[in-house]
Design a protein around this ligand. Sequence first.
Ligand code: KIV
Ligand code: ZN
Length: 516
Amino acid sequence: MSESEIIRIFDTTLRDGEQSPGCSMNLSEKLALARQLERLGVDVIEAGFPIASEGDFESVRAVAQEVRNTSICGLARTGSADIERAAQALEGAASPRIHTFIATSDIHMDHKLRMGREQVLAEVDRAVRQARGHCDDVEFSAEDATRSDRDFLVQVFSVAIEAGASTLNVPDTVGYTQPEEFADLIRFLRAQVPGAEKVVFAVHCHNDLGVAVANSLAAVCAGARQVECTLNGIGERAGNTSMEEVVMAVKTRPDVFAGLDTNIRTTEIYPASRMLASIIGVPVPPNKAVVGDNAFAHEAGIHQDGVLKAAITYEIMTPQSIGRPSNELVMGKHSGRHAFHERLKELGFDLEGEEFQLAFRRFKDLADKKKTIFNEDIEAIVADSVIREDDRFAVEEISVHSGTFAKPTATVGLRIDGEAMKATALGVGPVDAVFKAIADLTDTKSELLRFQVNAITGGMDAQGEVFVTVSQDGRRVIGHGADPDIIVASAKAYVHALNKLAWHKRRRAVAGPRGI
Ligand code: KIV
Ligand code: ZN
Protein backbone atom coordinates (compact mmCIF):
# COMPACT_ATOMS: atom_id res chain seq x y z
CA MET A 1 0.00 0.00 0.00
CA SER A 2 1.43 3.38 -0.93
CA GLU A 3 2.21 6.11 1.64
CA SER A 4 -0.61 8.37 0.41
CA GLU A 5 -3.17 5.76 1.40
CA ILE A 6 -2.11 5.63 5.04
CA ILE A 7 -4.15 7.59 7.53
CA ARG A 8 -1.61 8.93 10.00
CA ILE A 9 -2.51 8.45 13.62
CA PHE A 10 -1.43 11.43 15.70
CA ASP A 11 -1.79 10.58 19.35
CA THR A 12 -2.38 13.45 21.76
CA THR A 13 -3.11 11.39 24.90
CA LEU A 14 -0.04 12.91 26.56
CA ARG A 15 -1.04 16.48 25.67
CA ASP A 16 -4.76 17.14 25.09
CA GLY A 17 -5.67 13.99 27.04
CA GLU A 18 -3.39 14.62 29.99
CA GLN A 19 -4.71 18.17 30.26
CA SER A 20 -8.21 17.01 31.24
CA PRO A 21 -9.31 16.83 34.90
CA GLY A 22 -8.09 13.76 36.75
CA CYS A 23 -5.97 12.49 33.82
CA SER A 24 -2.62 13.97 34.77
CA MET A 25 0.48 11.80 34.62
CA ASN A 26 3.95 12.17 36.02
CA LEU A 27 7.16 11.74 34.08
CA SER A 28 7.65 7.99 34.54
CA GLU A 29 4.00 7.34 33.73
CA LYS A 30 4.28 9.41 30.55
CA LEU A 31 7.38 7.52 29.51
CA ALA A 32 5.73 4.13 30.08
CA LEU A 33 2.75 5.21 27.99
CA ALA A 34 4.93 6.69 25.25
CA ARG A 35 6.74 3.32 24.93
CA GLN A 36 3.38 1.59 24.56
CA LEU A 37 2.28 4.14 21.93
CA GLU A 38 5.46 3.36 20.02
CA ARG A 39 4.66 -0.39 20.19
CA LEU A 40 1.16 0.43 19.01
CA GLY A 41 2.65 2.06 15.92
CA VAL A 42 1.23 5.57 16.13
CA ASP A 43 2.83 7.91 13.59
CA VAL A 44 3.15 10.93 15.86
CA ILE A 45 3.15 11.27 19.64
CA GLU A 46 2.23 14.75 20.84
CA ALA A 47 4.20 14.55 24.09
CA GLY A 48 3.20 17.85 25.67
CA PHE A 49 3.18 21.64 25.60
CA PRO A 50 6.76 22.51 26.59
CA ILE A 51 6.23 26.15 27.56
CA ALA A 52 3.28 25.31 29.84
CA SER A 53 5.49 24.20 32.73
CA GLU A 54 8.87 22.81 33.65
CA GLY A 55 7.20 19.40 34.07
CA ASP A 56 5.77 19.50 30.54
CA PHE A 57 9.12 20.55 29.14
CA GLU A 58 10.91 17.69 30.91
CA SER A 59 8.33 15.13 29.77
CA VAL A 60 8.58 16.16 26.12
CA ARG A 61 12.37 16.10 26.38
CA ALA A 62 12.42 12.65 28.01
CA VAL A 63 9.98 11.14 25.50
CA ALA A 64 11.93 12.71 22.62
CA GLN A 65 15.15 11.18 23.87
CA GLU A 66 13.73 7.74 24.51
CA VAL A 67 11.23 6.99 21.74
CA ARG A 68 13.08 6.51 18.46
CA ASN A 69 10.58 4.98 16.01
CA THR A 70 7.80 7.55 16.15
CA SER A 71 7.76 11.27 15.44
CA ILE A 72 7.67 13.27 18.65
CA CYS A 73 5.75 16.50 18.64
CA GLY A 74 5.69 19.49 20.98
CA LEU A 75 2.88 22.05 21.00
CA ALA A 76 3.54 25.80 20.80
CA ARG A 77 1.39 28.89 20.42
CA THR A 78 2.65 31.24 17.71
CA GLY A 79 4.70 33.30 20.17
CA SER A 80 8.43 33.21 19.63
CA ALA A 81 9.19 31.96 23.17
CA ASP A 82 6.76 29.05 22.72
CA ILE A 83 8.45 27.91 19.52
CA GLU A 84 11.94 28.17 21.04
CA ARG A 85 10.86 26.16 24.10
CA ALA A 86 9.29 23.44 21.93
CA ALA A 87 12.41 23.26 19.75
CA GLN A 88 14.62 22.97 22.83
CA ALA A 89 12.50 20.15 24.29
CA LEU A 90 12.66 18.27 20.99
CA GLU A 91 16.43 18.59 20.54
CA GLY A 92 17.10 14.89 21.21
CA ALA A 93 14.27 13.56 19.02
CA ALA A 94 15.01 11.24 16.11
CA SER A 95 12.09 12.71 14.23
CA PRO A 96 10.89 16.02 15.77
CA ARG A 97 7.75 17.93 14.88
CA ILE A 98 6.75 21.39 16.07
CA HIS A 99 3.00 21.94 16.20
CA THR A 100 2.07 25.61 16.30
CA PHE A 101 -1.45 26.98 16.51
CA ILE A 102 -3.51 30.15 16.69
CA ALA A 103 -7.26 30.71 16.80
CA THR A 104 -8.90 31.80 13.54
CA SER A 105 -12.59 32.23 14.42
CA ASP A 106 -13.93 35.77 14.88
CA ILE A 107 -15.17 34.72 18.33
CA HIS A 108 -11.67 33.74 19.47
CA MET A 109 -9.85 36.55 17.65
CA ASP A 110 -12.16 39.24 19.10
CA HIS A 111 -12.63 37.96 22.64
CA LYS A 112 -9.51 35.95 23.42
CA LEU A 113 -6.64 37.10 21.20
CA ARG A 114 -7.87 40.66 20.61
CA MET A 115 -6.19 40.49 17.22
CA GLY A 116 -7.41 41.38 13.77
CA ARG A 117 -7.18 39.07 10.75
CA GLU A 118 -4.03 40.72 9.36
CA GLN A 119 -2.29 40.29 12.68
CA VAL A 120 -3.23 36.61 12.86
CA LEU A 121 -1.95 36.03 9.32
CA ALA A 122 1.35 37.68 10.26
CA GLU A 123 1.62 35.49 13.37
CA VAL A 124 1.06 32.33 11.32
CA ASP A 125 3.73 33.31 8.83
CA ARG A 126 6.32 34.21 11.45
CA ALA A 127 5.65 31.21 13.71
CA VAL A 128 5.76 28.61 10.96
CA ARG A 129 8.99 30.10 9.51
CA GLN A 130 10.56 30.18 12.96
CA ALA A 131 9.57 26.55 13.57
CA ARG A 132 10.94 25.55 10.16
CA GLY A 133 14.24 27.07 11.26
CA HIS A 134 14.38 24.25 13.82
CA CYS A 135 12.90 21.25 12.01
CA ASP A 136 11.49 20.16 8.66
CA ASP A 137 8.30 18.75 10.07
CA VAL A 138 5.97 21.59 11.07
CA GLU A 139 2.25 21.32 11.71
CA PHE A 140 -0.03 24.33 11.84
CA SER A 141 -3.49 24.29 13.51
CA ALA A 142 -6.24 26.84 13.04
CA GLU A 143 -7.87 26.65 16.46
CA ASP A 144 -11.69 26.77 16.37
CA ALA A 145 -11.52 26.17 12.61
CA THR A 146 -15.09 24.90 12.43
CA ARG A 147 -16.45 28.28 13.63
CA SER A 148 -14.04 30.27 11.45
CA ASP A 149 -14.91 32.13 8.29
CA ARG A 150 -14.15 29.70 5.45
CA ASP A 151 -12.50 32.22 3.16
CA PHE A 152 -10.30 33.44 6.00
CA LEU A 153 -9.32 29.82 6.72
CA VAL A 154 -8.20 29.49 3.11
CA GLN A 155 -6.00 32.57 3.57
CA VAL A 156 -4.58 31.30 6.86
CA PHE A 157 -3.74 27.87 5.47
CA SER A 158 -2.15 29.26 2.30
CA VAL A 159 0.11 31.47 4.43
CA ALA A 160 1.04 28.41 6.53
CA ILE A 161 1.91 26.40 3.40
CA GLU A 162 3.97 29.26 1.94
CA ALA A 163 5.86 29.52 5.25
CA GLY A 164 6.70 25.81 5.16
CA ALA A 165 4.05 23.84 7.12
CA SER A 166 3.55 20.31 5.82
CA THR A 167 0.53 19.34 7.94
CA LEU A 168 -2.53 21.57 8.23
CA ASN A 169 -4.85 20.77 11.08
CA VAL A 170 -8.55 21.61 11.11
CA PRO A 171 -9.64 21.36 14.76
CA ASP A 172 -13.23 21.21 15.89
CA THR A 173 -12.06 22.74 19.14
CA VAL A 174 -15.47 23.05 20.77
CA GLY A 175 -17.04 19.87 19.38
CA TYR A 176 -19.61 21.87 17.43
CA THR A 177 -19.57 20.55 13.88
CA GLN A 178 -21.58 17.66 12.40
CA PRO A 179 -20.20 14.93 10.14
CA GLU A 180 -21.53 16.01 6.73
CA GLU A 181 -20.75 19.68 7.42
CA PHE A 182 -17.21 18.79 8.52
CA ALA A 183 -16.60 16.58 5.46
CA ASP A 184 -17.79 19.47 3.31
CA LEU A 185 -15.31 21.84 5.03
CA ILE A 186 -12.42 19.43 4.35
CA ARG A 187 -13.44 19.06 0.69
CA PHE A 188 -13.72 22.86 0.41
CA LEU A 189 -10.27 23.47 1.91
CA ARG A 190 -8.61 20.79 -0.22
CA ALA A 191 -10.13 22.38 -3.30
CA GLN A 192 -9.53 26.04 -2.42
CA VAL A 193 -6.22 26.27 -0.55
CA PRO A 194 -3.40 26.89 -3.05
CA GLY A 195 -0.80 24.13 -2.64
CA ALA A 196 -3.23 21.82 -0.81
CA GLU A 197 -1.96 18.85 -2.80
CA LYS A 198 1.52 19.24 -1.21
CA VAL A 199 0.34 18.94 2.39
CA VAL A 200 -1.51 16.53 4.66
CA PHE A 201 -4.86 17.70 6.03
CA ALA A 202 -5.37 16.68 9.65
CA VAL A 203 -8.45 16.70 11.83
CA HIS A 204 -8.70 17.14 15.60
CA CYS A 205 -12.20 16.70 17.01
CA HIS A 206 -13.67 17.16 20.45
CA ASN A 207 -16.64 15.14 21.59
CA ASP A 208 -18.99 17.72 23.10
CA LEU A 209 -21.92 16.53 20.99
CA GLY A 210 -20.77 12.88 20.93
CA VAL A 211 -19.69 12.89 17.28
CA ALA A 212 -15.89 13.30 17.43
CA VAL A 213 -15.25 9.87 15.92
CA ALA A 214 -18.00 10.27 13.32
CA ASN A 215 -16.59 13.68 12.35
CA SER A 216 -13.05 12.31 12.05
CA LEU A 217 -14.20 9.41 9.88
CA ALA A 218 -16.30 11.71 7.68
CA ALA A 219 -13.22 13.91 7.25
CA VAL A 220 -11.15 10.88 6.25
CA CYS A 221 -13.71 10.08 3.55
CA ALA A 222 -13.32 13.69 2.39
CA GLY A 223 -9.54 13.39 2.08
CA ALA A 224 -8.07 14.11 5.54
CA ARG A 225 -5.04 11.89 6.06
CA GLN A 226 -4.15 12.53 9.69
CA VAL A 227 -6.49 11.89 12.60
CA GLU A 228 -5.64 13.40 15.97
CA CYS A 229 -6.95 11.31 18.80
CA THR A 230 -6.43 9.88 22.26
CA LEU A 231 -6.58 6.45 23.86
CA ASN A 232 -9.97 5.77 25.46
CA GLY A 233 -11.07 9.14 24.03
CA ILE A 234 -9.79 11.08 27.07
CA GLY A 235 -9.45 14.83 26.70
CA GLU A 236 -10.82 18.30 27.43
CA ARG A 237 -14.48 18.31 28.55
CA ALA A 238 -16.25 15.41 26.79
CA GLY A 239 -12.95 14.17 25.39
CA ASN A 240 -11.17 13.85 22.05
CA THR A 241 -11.65 11.43 19.16
CA SER A 242 -11.10 7.94 20.46
CA MET A 243 -8.17 6.29 18.67
CA GLU A 244 -9.33 2.71 19.00
CA GLU A 245 -12.71 3.52 17.49
CA VAL A 246 -11.24 5.25 14.43
CA VAL A 247 -8.65 2.54 13.82
CA MET A 248 -11.08 -0.34 14.18
CA ALA A 249 -13.71 1.38 12.00
CA VAL A 250 -11.16 1.68 9.20
CA LYS A 251 -10.04 -1.93 9.70
CA THR A 252 -13.54 -3.42 10.00
CA ARG A 253 -15.07 -1.54 7.04
CA PRO A 254 -12.59 -1.78 4.14
CA ASP A 255 -15.57 -1.39 1.82
CA VAL A 256 -16.31 2.10 3.19
CA PHE A 257 -12.67 3.16 3.72
CA ALA A 258 -11.54 1.62 0.45
CA GLY A 259 -7.79 1.61 -0.11
CA LEU A 260 -7.08 3.19 3.28
CA ASP A 261 -5.29 1.80 6.29
CA THR A 262 -3.39 2.90 9.39
CA ASN A 263 0.03 1.83 10.68
CA ILE A 264 -1.49 0.69 13.98
CA ARG A 265 -0.75 -2.81 15.32
CA THR A 266 -4.30 -3.40 16.44
CA THR A 267 -3.30 -6.19 18.84
CA GLU A 268 -1.64 -3.50 20.98
CA ILE A 269 -4.87 -1.50 21.34
CA TYR A 270 -6.27 -3.29 24.37
CA PRO A 271 -2.97 -3.33 26.32
CA ALA A 272 -2.59 0.40 25.60
CA SER A 273 -6.12 1.17 26.74
CA ARG A 274 -5.68 -0.82 29.97
CA MET A 275 -2.30 0.73 30.65
CA LEU A 276 -3.72 4.24 30.35
CA ALA A 277 -6.70 3.41 32.58
CA SER A 278 -4.47 1.97 35.27
CA ILE A 279 -2.02 4.89 35.12
CA ILE A 280 -4.56 7.69 35.38
CA GLY A 281 -7.00 5.70 37.52
CA VAL A 282 -9.94 6.55 35.26
CA PRO A 283 -11.83 3.35 34.45
CA VAL A 284 -13.05 2.68 30.92
CA PRO A 285 -16.90 2.67 30.88
CA PRO A 286 -18.12 -0.93 30.42
CA ASN A 287 -20.07 -0.07 27.26
CA LYS A 288 -17.22 1.88 25.63
CA ALA A 289 -16.84 0.82 21.98
CA VAL A 290 -13.92 -1.53 21.23
CA VAL A 291 -12.22 -1.49 24.66
CA GLY A 292 -15.09 -1.52 27.21
CA ASP A 293 -15.59 -4.62 29.37
CA ASN A 294 -18.86 -5.41 27.61
CA ALA A 295 -17.69 -4.64 24.07
CA PHE A 296 -17.51 -8.35 23.24
CA ALA A 297 -19.91 -9.73 25.88
CA HIS A 298 -23.02 -11.34 24.43
CA GLU A 299 -25.64 -11.46 27.13
CA ALA A 300 -28.97 -11.84 25.32
CA GLY A 301 -29.97 -15.47 24.80
CA ILE A 302 -30.62 -15.02 21.07
CA HIS A 303 -27.22 -13.39 20.62
CA GLN A 304 -25.40 -16.10 22.59
CA ASP A 305 -27.12 -18.76 20.55
CA GLY A 306 -26.12 -17.02 17.31
CA VAL A 307 -22.48 -16.50 18.35
CA LEU A 308 -22.16 -20.14 19.38
CA LYS A 309 -23.45 -21.22 15.97
CA ALA A 310 -21.30 -18.74 14.04
CA ALA A 311 -19.41 -15.81 15.62
CA ILE A 312 -20.08 -13.68 12.53
CA THR A 313 -23.79 -13.46 13.46
CA TYR A 314 -23.17 -10.82 16.12
CA GLU A 315 -19.39 -10.24 16.15
CA ILE A 316 -18.05 -7.73 13.62
CA MET A 317 -14.48 -7.91 14.98
CA THR A 318 -12.77 -10.35 17.29
CA PRO A 319 -11.40 -9.64 20.77
CA GLN A 320 -8.10 -11.15 19.57
CA SER A 321 -7.80 -8.51 16.84
CA ILE A 322 -7.44 -5.78 19.48
CA GLY A 323 -5.17 -7.91 21.67
CA ARG A 324 -7.74 -8.72 24.27
CA PRO A 325 -6.36 -11.81 26.01
CA SER A 326 -8.63 -14.64 26.96
CA ASN A 327 -9.37 -14.90 30.66
CA GLU A 328 -9.57 -18.68 30.32
CA LEU A 329 -5.79 -18.80 30.60
CA VAL A 330 -5.69 -18.06 34.28
CA MET A 331 -2.55 -18.15 36.37
CA GLY A 332 -2.05 -19.39 39.89
CA LYS A 333 0.51 -20.16 42.54
CA HIS A 334 2.23 -22.78 40.38
CA SER A 335 2.94 -20.32 37.58
CA GLY A 336 6.61 -19.48 37.46
CA ARG A 337 8.73 -16.46 36.63
CA HIS A 338 8.84 -17.26 32.91
CA ALA A 339 5.07 -17.71 32.55
CA PHE A 340 4.51 -14.49 34.48
CA HIS A 341 6.96 -12.62 32.24
CA GLU A 342 5.22 -13.99 29.12
CA ARG A 343 1.81 -12.96 30.42
CA LEU A 344 3.10 -9.46 31.16
CA LYS A 345 4.34 -9.22 27.59
CA GLU A 346 0.96 -10.36 26.22
CA LEU A 347 -0.68 -7.65 28.28
CA GLY A 348 1.70 -5.06 26.86
CA PHE A 349 3.97 -4.53 29.88
CA ASP A 350 7.73 -4.70 29.54
CA LEU A 351 8.80 -4.71 33.17
CA GLU A 352 12.44 -5.58 33.70
CA GLY A 353 14.93 -5.58 36.56
CA GLU A 354 13.75 -4.30 39.91
CA GLU A 355 10.23 -3.55 38.66
CA PHE A 356 9.82 -7.10 37.37
CA GLN A 357 11.11 -8.60 40.64
CA LEU A 358 8.70 -6.46 42.63
CA ALA A 359 5.76 -7.40 40.41
CA PHE A 360 6.68 -11.10 40.58
CA ARG A 361 6.86 -11.01 44.39
CA ARG A 362 3.45 -9.30 44.51
CA PHE A 363 2.06 -11.91 42.10
CA LYS A 364 3.31 -14.74 44.35
CA ASP A 365 1.88 -13.07 47.47
CA LEU A 366 -1.46 -12.66 45.75
CA ALA A 367 -1.42 -16.26 44.47
CA ASP A 368 -1.02 -17.43 48.07
CA LYS A 369 -4.25 -15.66 48.97
CA LYS A 370 -6.26 -16.11 45.78
CA LYS A 371 -6.72 -19.33 43.81
CA THR A 372 -6.81 -17.91 40.30
CA ILE A 373 -5.10 -14.80 39.07
CA PHE A 374 -6.80 -13.08 36.14
CA ASN A 375 -5.38 -10.56 33.69
CA GLU A 376 -7.10 -7.75 35.58
CA ASP A 377 -5.28 -8.86 38.75
CA ILE A 378 -1.97 -8.75 36.89
CA GLU A 379 -2.71 -5.26 35.58
CA ALA A 380 -3.40 -4.11 39.13
CA ILE A 381 -0.10 -5.64 40.27
CA VAL A 382 1.74 -3.80 37.50
CA ALA A 383 0.10 -0.49 38.40
CA ASP A 384 1.44 -0.97 41.93
CA SER A 385 4.90 -2.12 40.86
CA VAL A 386 5.90 0.58 38.41
CA ILE A 387 8.54 2.51 40.29
CA ARG A 388 7.55 6.13 40.29
CA GLU A 389 10.78 7.86 41.11
CA ASP A 390 8.96 11.10 41.70
CA ASP A 391 6.61 9.66 44.36
CA ARG A 392 7.05 11.19 47.82
CA PHE A 393 4.90 8.72 49.75
CA ALA A 394 4.67 4.91 49.86
CA VAL A 395 2.42 2.67 51.97
CA GLU A 396 4.45 0.32 54.18
CA GLU A 397 1.95 -1.09 56.68
CA ILE A 398 -1.67 -0.79 57.66
CA SER A 399 -3.47 -2.25 60.62
CA VAL A 400 -7.03 -1.50 61.65
CA HIS A 401 -9.28 -2.32 64.51
CA SER A 402 -13.02 -1.93 63.94
CA GLY A 403 -16.33 -3.74 64.24
CA THR A 404 -19.72 -3.46 65.90
CA PHE A 405 -18.40 -2.48 69.33
CA ALA A 406 -14.93 -1.10 68.61
CA LYS A 407 -14.10 2.52 67.90
CA PRO A 408 -12.49 2.31 64.42
CA THR A 409 -8.73 2.84 64.83
CA ALA A 410 -5.98 2.66 62.23
CA THR A 411 -2.22 2.55 62.48
CA VAL A 412 -0.49 3.47 59.24
CA GLY A 413 3.18 3.22 58.35
CA LEU A 414 4.34 5.31 55.38
CA ARG A 415 7.70 5.97 53.80
CA ILE A 416 7.89 9.72 53.26
CA ASP A 417 10.78 11.05 51.18
CA GLY A 418 12.62 7.84 52.09
CA GLU A 419 11.96 8.03 55.83
CA ALA A 420 9.70 5.51 57.67
CA MET A 421 6.95 7.19 59.73
CA LYS A 422 3.94 5.90 61.65
CA ALA A 423 0.68 7.39 63.00
CA THR A 424 -2.52 6.20 64.62
CA ALA A 425 -5.94 7.81 64.15
CA LEU A 426 -9.60 7.25 65.01
CA GLY A 427 -12.39 7.57 62.45
CA VAL A 428 -16.07 6.96 61.83
CA GLY A 429 -15.08 3.78 60.00
CA PRO A 430 -11.83 1.97 59.24
CA VAL A 431 -11.28 3.77 55.90
CA ASP A 432 -11.87 7.14 57.53
CA ALA A 433 -9.38 6.24 60.29
CA VAL A 434 -6.76 5.17 57.71
CA PHE A 435 -7.24 8.34 55.68
CA LYS A 436 -6.95 10.52 58.79
CA ALA A 437 -3.69 8.83 59.76
CA ILE A 438 -2.36 9.33 56.21
CA ALA A 439 -3.40 12.99 56.16
CA ASP A 440 -1.63 13.49 59.51
CA LEU A 441 1.55 11.82 58.35
CA THR A 442 1.71 13.61 55.01
CA ASP A 443 0.59 16.93 56.49
CA THR A 444 -1.94 17.38 53.69
CA LYS A 445 -5.39 18.98 53.74
CA SER A 446 -7.11 17.55 50.71
CA GLU A 447 -10.82 17.01 50.29
CA LEU A 448 -12.12 13.53 49.44
CA LEU A 449 -14.73 14.07 46.70
CA ARG A 450 -15.44 10.50 45.67
CA PHE A 451 -14.68 7.00 46.90
CA GLN A 452 -15.49 3.99 44.76
CA VAL A 453 -14.74 0.34 45.36
CA ASN A 454 -15.18 -2.53 42.88
CA ALA A 455 -14.25 -6.18 42.79
CA ILE A 456 -11.62 -6.52 40.04
CA THR A 457 -12.86 -9.97 39.00
CA GLY A 458 -15.62 -12.32 40.08
CA GLY A 459 -15.30 -14.71 43.03
CA MET A 460 -15.33 -14.38 46.82
CA ASP A 461 -11.54 -13.96 46.87
CA ALA A 462 -11.53 -11.15 44.25
CA GLN A 463 -9.19 -8.22 44.77
CA GLY A 464 -10.76 -4.93 45.72
CA GLU A 465 -10.02 -1.99 43.46
CA VAL A 466 -10.47 1.48 44.91
CA PHE A 467 -10.67 4.81 43.07
CA VAL A 468 -10.60 8.05 45.04
CA THR A 469 -11.10 11.55 43.71
CA VAL A 470 -9.31 14.08 45.87
CA SER A 471 -8.94 17.81 45.54
CA GLN A 472 -6.62 20.41 47.00
CA ASP A 473 -6.04 24.05 46.05
CA GLY A 474 -8.39 23.73 43.07
CA ARG A 475 -6.56 20.71 41.59
CA ARG A 476 -8.53 17.46 41.29
CA VAL A 477 -6.79 14.10 40.92
CA ILE A 478 -7.80 10.46 40.86
CA GLY A 479 -5.92 7.80 42.82
CA HIS A 480 -6.12 4.07 42.26
CA GLY A 481 -5.16 1.10 44.43
CA ALA A 482 -5.82 -2.64 44.42
CA ASP A 483 -5.41 -5.31 47.06
CA PRO A 484 -7.30 -8.37 48.34
CA ASP A 485 -7.93 -6.26 51.47
CA ILE A 486 -10.07 -3.24 50.56
CA ILE A 487 -8.75 -1.17 53.47
CA VAL A 488 -5.22 -1.59 52.13
CA ALA A 489 -6.49 -0.87 48.58
CA SER A 490 -8.10 2.33 49.92
CA ALA A 491 -4.84 3.42 51.55
CA LYS A 492 -2.92 2.78 48.31
CA ALA A 493 -5.49 4.75 46.29
CA TYR A 494 -5.37 7.71 48.68
CA VAL A 495 -1.57 7.74 48.74
CA HIS A 496 -1.50 7.50 44.92
CA ALA A 497 -3.70 10.61 44.76
CA LEU A 498 -1.55 12.48 47.32
CA ASN A 499 1.56 11.66 45.27
CA LYS A 500 -0.08 13.21 42.23
CA LEU A 501 -1.02 16.34 44.19
CA ALA A 502 2.53 16.60 45.56
CA TRP A 503 3.91 16.26 42.03
CA HIS A 504 1.64 19.04 40.74
CA LYS A 505 2.62 21.25 43.65
CA ARG A 506 6.31 20.88 42.77
CA ARG A 507 5.54 21.46 39.09
CA ARG A 508 3.49 24.58 39.86
CA ALA A 509 6.16 25.93 42.17
CA VAL A 510 8.59 25.96 39.25
CA ALA A 511 6.33 27.11 36.45
CA GLY A 512 3.14 28.82 37.58
CA PRO A 513 -0.33 27.89 36.23
CA ARG A 514 -0.59 26.25 32.82
CA GLY A 515 -3.13 26.36 30.08
CA ILE A 516 -3.63 27.29 26.46
O1 KIV B 1 -8.70 21.56 20.34
C1 KIV B 1 -7.82 22.25 19.80
O2 KIV B 1 -8.09 23.16 19.00
C2 KIV B 1 -6.43 21.97 20.14
C3 KIV B 1 -5.40 22.65 19.31
C4 KIV B 1 -4.23 23.07 20.12
C5 KIV B 1 -5.02 21.77 18.15
O3 KIV B 1 -6.17 21.15 20.98
ZN1 ZN C 1 -7.92 19.82 21.38
